[in-house]
Design a protein around this ligand. Structure first.
Ligand code: ADP
Ligand code: MG
Length: 332
C-alpha cells in the first residue's frame, strides 16, 4: 500500500464543516463571523510520550485528546485538525485501530480531520487543532493564562495523579492490583479533554490552562503570566487521586507501600492529567458550580491567588509545607 492509498483508506473523509478537506494542497476553513481561531499543536513521540507497543486505538484517542485539551483550556469550540504522521511501515491493523480511536473522539466533538502529512520514519504523531472562540464587543472570549487576580479562587477539574501512577506501574517502579492499574491506565492512555467545562467557563474563569506537566508546575505558568502568587492546599489536591479512593475502598494492599509524600508527589507533580486548572473571582463561586453542573465535570477548589509572588503549599490544617515538587521538562 502506497502513501496515497493509505491516506485515502484511513484518513480521508468527506468534508462537512470545512470548505475543503483532505485531498488538495491546503484545506480551507471559513471562520464564522464574530469568531477567532484558536490553534494549538502537540506532538507525541514514540518512546518519549508513549510506549511503542501502546494499544493503537488508545493512542489514536490520546493523540487527539491532548490537543483538544488545549482548546478546552482556551474555552474554544473544536472545528478541525490536521495530522502529521511519521510511520515506521504500513501496518494495516495498527492503522485501522489508530484511525478508529482518533476519529471516534473527533466525531464525539464534531472536530473534522482536514489534512495532514504522511511520511516514513520513527513513529511520531503531530496534530494541530483549530477551534473557534467568539469575540463579544471587540473582546475575545478566549481563556488565557494571564488573567488571574489576587483573591481569585483556584480550581482543578476531575482527578489528579492517576496517569502518573499508571506510568510508574508500567515502568515497574510500583506494583498495582489489576483493578487499580486498569483505572489508572485509563487515565494515562485515554484522557478526557474537558471541552464542555472550558466552554462553560467562558466569561467566568479569569485564567485557565490544562494540566499536562504537573499541577504545581503548570500553576506556575498562570502565576508567571498573571504576575501573582498562590496558596495551594496539598491535602485537597491529594484527595483527588481516583486510584487512592479505589484502593482504600477495596482494601487494596498496594497503598501501604506509598507514603503520604508519595501520594502528594503524584497529585502535585504527576503530569499527563489533562484536567483544567483555572481561577475565578470569589464572587463567581456560584457561576463556577453552575459551569461544573452543566458540563457534568467535577471541579474542586484547591487554593487562592495572592498578590505576593511565590507558590505557598499548605496542608489541610493550614500549616506550611515545603514545596519540593518539580514538573516535567523534556530538557531539564
Ligand atoms: P503535498 O505533497 O501537497 O504536501 P501530500 O501528498 O502530503 O500533499 O498530501 C495529500 C493530501 O492528503 C493533502 O490534502 C494532505 O493534507 C492530506 N494528508 C496527508 N497525510 C494525511 C494524514 N495523515 N491525515 C489526513 N490527511 C492527510
Ligand atoms: Mg505533504
Amino acid at each position: 500500500m502506497g502513501e496515497f492509498d493509505l491516506i485515502a483508506r484511513y484518513f480521508k473523509r468527506p468534508a462537512r464543516r470545512a470548505v475543503l478537506g483532505v485531498g488538495d494542497d491546503c484545506a480551507l476553513l471559513q471562520p464564522r463571523p464574530g469568531t477567532q481561531m484558536a490553534i494549538s499543536t502537540d506532538m507525541l513521540v514514540s518512546g518519549r510520550h508513549f510506549f511503542a507497543d501502546t494499544d493503537p486505538l488508545r493512542l489514536g484517542h490520546k493523540s487527539l485528546a491532548v490537543n483538544l485539551s488545549d482548546l478546552a483550556a482556551c474555552g474554544a469550540q473544536p472545528v478541525g485538525f490536521t495530522l502529521a504522521l511519521s510511520l515506521p511501515g504500513v501496518d494495516e491493523p495498527w492503522l485501522a485501530a489508530f484511525a478508529q480511536g482518533l476519529l471516534a473522539l473527533a466525531d464525539a466533538h464534531d472536530c473534522e480531520l482536514i489534512g495532514g502529512d504522511t511520511t516514513a520514519g520513527p513513529l511520531n504523531i503531530c496534530i494541530t487543532v483549530f477551534g473557534e472562540v467568539p469575540v463579544v464587543d471587540g473582546r475575545s472570549q478566549a481563556l488565557l493564562r494571564s488573567g488571574a487576580q489576587p483573591g481569585d479562587d483556584i480550581y482543578v477539574s476531575g482527578t489528579l495523579g492517576d496517569a502518573r501512577l499508571a506510568l510508574d506501574a508500567l515502568l515497574g517502579k510500583i506494583v498495582l492490583s489489576d483493578a487499580v492499574l486498569a483505572s489508572a491506565r485509563q487515565r494515562l492512555e485515554q484522557p478526557t479533554p474537558r471541552l464542555a467545562l472550558g466552554l462553560a467557563l467562558r466569561g467566568v474563569a479569569s485564567a485557565a490552562l490544562d494540566v499536562s506537566d504537573g499541577l504545581l508546575g503548570d500553576l506556575g505558568h498562570i502565576l508567571q503570566s498573571s504576575a501573582v502568587g498562590a496558596t495551594v492546599d496539598a491535602d485537597v489536591a491529594t484527595s483527588l487521586i481516583a486510584a487512592r479512593a479505589i484502593s482504600t475502598r477495596a482494601g487494596d494492599q498496594f497503598s501501604i507501600n506509598l507514603s503520604e509524600g508519595d501520594w502528594r508527589r503524584l497529585a502535585l507533580s504527576g503530569g499527563d492529567d489533562y484536567e483544567l486548572l483555572f481561577t475565578a473571582p470569589a464572587h463567581r463561586r456560584d457561576a463556577v458550580l453552575a459551569a461544573s453542573r452543566t458540563s457534568r465535570t467535577p471541579v474542586t477548589r484547591i487554593g487562592q491567588i495572592n498578590a505576593a509572588p511565590g507558590l505557598q503549599l499548605i496542608n489541610g490544617q493550614g500549616q506550611p509545607l515545603a514545596n519540593t515538587y518539580t514538573s516535567f521538562d523534556h530538557f531539564a
